[in-house]
Design a protein around this ligand. Structure first.
Ligand code: MOS
Length: 760
């Protein structure tokens, strides 16, 4: 039922002269390796004598370990050791050592460091055995006694004590500083003829990647380690391990060639990599630690969020004021937050706005990034509130969005480098058939189902990071492209090969990609939807240098047709260096290298993306959703979703489509299914498995249509790429909630929208 998109140019037979790879629907170059099992994940690397670790976790949320009795576990045949804070080898004793590139302010958790318990499910011991089954069984025999203290894990219990985030201490933290107020929101709200105010609630949610958190540490001898880790940033993990264990950079190599789903869960080094390295160093052997699915539900999560939104409108439907007050949750030891209130500050034209953001400290592990962190949940509140305001104004919800459309970034008062949201609204509405909507709630039916149509806007950032790429072009027409970035499942391998093939004028089959290896040229973590744009432009920059070097070498050939030519005068096409103005002027690359007596040209360049801040860079979307609600039973089906996205230049019509389609599926889960439930008596997740943590399954997914509107952007970067990893989920839950209201006349401001909330 899933339909393809408006991006044309699906190509099975691509010419080998490049120029048509960028934008084409190129199937994943790693697809065969993945479906045949040839692609290996962190827990699939093997070596002789590999040991297996199983984690023992705390059964209390707060307190101290009084005693650990590992006797019974140690008596099990095949058990090699039980490590805990009592007998572990050296680990760093300062907070800075445990920080990492994606760490929030605070003192990062130190696994097996001391006796203090800060969350239920905290690792307290690692049982290491010859077989994973033995380790797991023996772990069940470890007895731990605690001195328990009282804990709080309920955001509703802690909201009154919530505190504003501390001021940012570095540029990374500054990205998440709440925006400054503008105008006089209180006055404008008081004077607005039409007002809407309500509180919106989103629960804790967990990433549910297929691949479990896992690390295989190979003991290479001489103290050297190769660490296969499930991570979105191999160099981040490498630096972290070096500082935690005081190891030299050349002694730790971190690899993550494939990842079975990241979504933000692998941005920070997770504790299993610490435990695996700790055990390998203690025993001087290779060790694997894989967490169980239950243990996943203790680590990072999307924080629950309580949001109060107040909107004031003029009689004509333009906005007079926005007030956004948010409470999110963090641990007792770190201040995790993103720009939770920033999205409502940015999205709509409005002269008066004010924001407040507070953190509730709970006895849980620190929250973390999860696909479109802060936007997915805060835009749910904003776009639900906008729907409610449209009702109060007796205005079509889409019409309200047009009236509040902002041509400039409302926070920094600057233009966008591109913003084609208007076209998202237009094309999305047309594809959906929005004009046929009867505005009255409960007015549309299909048999015993009530039909509802709702819409919402989405927004995300188009960020870029400095990244280094090495390109080696051989005389045999094969090229190798290398960078330490990860492919977290988004299609990075494929887009890298596409851009390189295009730039080098080669067929994509002749491009080899190396990534996910800390010894490769530097890359920040893959996240924030920033890698596609960054790596593509990095490849262009480096391929430009390859071409320039080839031109220099060609200029030294007898009777060179390129004497005096500049790099921009020539292109690489079909294995030749060719004049851009006269295609007859061409020299085979192989001949250039033969004459120069080299068998390859290698260049390594860093793309920096200087940004003077004069333009805002964002992606946008318009989502239209249809629900059918069984009137008697309250069962909701999302029968149609159109997501029209303005995301700059599309690199690969197929992988781009997959990103947005997958995001819409997740948005359906967010709207209707997903919720991590904690038993607050114990501070422990109750539904810590995929059976009871509900996610959409095939039967929940019906028609999803993805549209990419044309959005040319010459300012964001030379290729005009913005990134699509996260924009697809933003706004989806609101569009569905708004559709549910339109179907039933019942407004649910508390996700997920389960049938009890509809029937109550
Ligand atoms: Mo994404 S939540 O930055 O992996």
């Amino acid at each position: 039922m899933v339909k393809d998109t408006t991006q044309g140019a699906a190509t099975q037979s691509l010419p080998n002269n490049g120029r048509s790879y960028i934008g084409a629907a190129v199937p994943r170059i790693d697809g065969r390796a993945k479906v045949t099992g040839k692609a290996r994940y962190a827990a699939e690397f093997n070596t002789q004598g590999l040991l297996h670790g199983s984690v023992v976790t705390s059964t209390i949320a707060k307190g101290r370990i009084r005693r650990i009795d590992a006797g019974a576990a140690l008596r099990v045949a095949g058990v090699v050791a039980v490590l805990s804070h009592e007998n572990r080898p050296f680990m760093a004793d300062n907070d800075a050592a445990y920080s990492d590139d994606a760490a929030p302010k605070g003192a990062a958790f130190r696994p097996l460091y001391g006796d203090r318990i800060m969350f239920n499910g905290q690792p307290v011991a690692l049982v290491i055995a010859e077989e994973s089954e033995i380790a797991r069984f023996a772990a069940s025999l470890v007895r731990v006694e605690y001195d328990e203290e009282s804990h709080v894990t309920d955001i509703y219990q802690a909201r009154e004590q919530a505190v504003p985030p501390k001021p940012p201490g570095n540029p990374f933290e500054a990205m998440f500083a709440p925006p400054p107020p503008r105008g006089d929101a209180d006055r404008a709200l008081a004077g607005a003829p039409i007002r809407h105010g309500a509180e919106y609630h989103t629960p804790i949610e967990h990433h549910n990647p297929m691949e479990l958190y896992a690390s295989t540490v190979i003991w290479e001898g001489n103290g050297k380690l190769t660490v296969y880790d499930k991570t979105q940033g191999v160099q981040n993990v490498q630096r972290y391990l070096c500082s935690v264990f005081g190891m030299k950079p050349e002694d730790v190599r971190v690899m993550s060639p494939f990842m079975g789903g990241g979504f933000g869960s692998g941005l920070r080094p997770q504790y299993q990599v610490v435990l695996a390295v700790l055990a390998a160093r203690a025993l001087q052997r290779s060790v694997r630690v894989v967490l169980t699915r239950q243990q996943h539900y203790v680590l990072g999560h999307r924080p629950a969020m309580i949001q109060k939104i107040e909107l004031g409108a003029h009689a004509d439907g333009t906005l007079a004021a926005i007030a956004h007050d948010a409470v999110t949750m963090t641990s007792q030891y770190e201040d995790f937050h993103r720009q939770e209130t920033g999205w409502s500050a940015l999205l709509y034209a409005c002269a008066n706005a004010k924001y407040a953001h507070r953190l509730a400290r709970l006895d849980l592990a620190t929250a973390c990034d999860m696909r479109a962190p802060s936007a997915a949940n805060s835009v749910f509140a904003l776009e639900s509130a906008m729907d409610e305001l449209a009702l109060a104004l007796e205005l079509d919800p889409l019409e309200l969005r047009y009236k509040c459309y902002s041509e400039r970034d409302q926070i920094a008062d600057r233009p966008y480098s591109s913003k084609n949201l208007r076209e998202c609204y237009r094309q999305g509405a047309e594809a959906f058939g929005w004009s046929k909507r009867n505005p009255a709630p409960r007015s549309m039916r299909d048999g015993r189902d009530l039909i509802g149509w709702g819409m919402a806007t989405g927004i995300w950032e188009a960020l870029q990071v400095p990244i280094t790429v090495r390109v080696a072009l051989g005389a045999n027409g094969q090229a190798e492209v290398s960078c330490a970035t990860s492919d977290i499942g988004t299609g990075t391998y494929t887009i890298m090969a596409q851009v390189a093939a295009e730039m080098l004028g080669l067929s994509i089959e002749n491009i080899a990609i190396n990534l996910g290896d800390s010894t490769l040229p530097q890359s920040p973590v893959e996240g924030g939807s920033w890698i596609a744009a960054s790596i593509s432009n990095g490849i262009v920059t480096t391929c430009d240098a390859v071409r320039a070097e080839l031109l220099r070498l060609a200029g030294r050939m007898p009777n060179s047709p390129f004497a005096g030519a500049k790099p921009e005068d020539v292109a690489l096409t079909g294995g030749n260096l060719v004049s851009r103005t006269d295609a007859a002027l061409a020299v085979p690359v192989s001949a250039v290298m033969r004459h120069a007596a080299v068998d390859r040209v290698v260049e390594e360049k860093t793309a920096n993306f200087p940004d003077d801040g004069s333009y805002a860079h964002n992606t946008h979307s318009a989502i239209f959703a249809e629900v059918k609600v069984d009137e008697q039973l309250g069962v909701i089906r999302v029968t149609r979703v159109v997501n029209a996205v303005a995301g700059g230049r599309i690199l690969n019509a197929m992988t781009a489509h997959s990103q947005i389609m997958g995001s819409v599926v997740w948005g359906i889960g967010m709207a209707l299914h997903e919720e991590t439930l904690i038993d607050h008596r114990f501070g422990r997740t109750m539904n810590a498995n995929i059976a009871e943590y509900h996610v959409p399954v095939n039967a929940d997914i019906h028609e999803i249509k993805v549209i990419f509107v044309d959005e040319r952007d010459d300012l964001v970067n030379p290729l005009g790429i913005k990134g699509l990893g996260e924009i697809g989920i933003v706004g989806v839950a609101a569009a569905i909630a708004n559709a549910v209201y339109h179907a039933t006349g019942k407004r649910v401001r508390d996700l997920p929208i389960t049938l009890d909330k509809l029937l109550s």
